[in-house]
Design a protein around this ligand. Sequence first.
Ligand code: ADP
Ligand code: MG
Length: 307
Amino acid sequence: MNATTTQDWIAPRASQRTATADSRDARAASNAAAADQSGTVYSERLLAVDRVSLEYRTRERIVRATRDVSFDVYGADRFVLLGPSGCGKSTLLKAIAGFIEPVSGTITLDGERVRGPGADRVVVFQEFDQLPPWKTVVENVAFPLRVARGCSRSQAKERALHYLDKVGLANFADAYPHTLSGGMKQRVAIARALAMQPRVLLMDEPFAALDALTRRKMQEELLRLWDDARFTLLFVTHSIEEALIVGNRILLLSPHPGRVRAELNSHQYSLQSIGDSIGRHDFQQSVARIHRLLFDTDALTPQEEHA
Ligand code: ADP
Ligand code: MG
């Protein structure tokens, strides 16, 4: 990899980041953006993770999950945490959700220190059993709106039906979760999360348990939903391909304990990238490069090493 390529590839420091890279991202930033005198668009920083170390303490030992992880997520980002199994991705997401407290470092959302769970952060998990089975689909989506958002019964139902329609499940509103396929259950979980209109939507390998075709379709749908609503997404995966498709920025984490290895811009890739032969070639090269960055420390240039 030559130096020029590396410069293009490694993202600028978050504080210098602009959303001018492509029109899609520039539009994405416009919700929460201000233009300076040069016309450069800066989007608003929502989430700041600063030198966060996370541990599990059992009676026998301490398991260090992440060490000194820092990153910033901006309004309308599709920010991906990518790393091998066990590198602490889920633990980081749980800490951001407020379920685990860092042993050192800070997590702030809109400038406020995260000190516990809150409706401003909603998590979609990998497991299909995240929906209470005794509630119908529409009740599953409406219930948290009543409890955490203070909606009336009718407001909650109306909003739930709106989001179920967005994920293509309007006809299944009165079905029970056990009658749905895995992909449909994940769509309900996504509708439920989006209906809450969180500041950041947290997704922990939401499509990992789906078959390959359904997974691709769900990635496509997630991007379509994002295009429509421009929510801020923090998405965890161990799949390099999925990270490139879903993300506009990717944070690479080293194996256990997770440390930041590099931050990449990936807004140039989409599902179309793998559709045509030139795009596919470029995409495959990026997959190989990320693979090297993740697993082959010898192949790193000094710049990559310190990115
Ligand atoms: P990832 O999501 O990247 O696969 P995790 O965040 O689940 O990784 O786990 C990070 C590390 O913390 C792993 O070594 C894992 O074994 C350990 N770990 C996860 N959950 C617990 C727990 N409840 N108690 C002790 N160790 C845990
Ligand atoms: Mg995990």
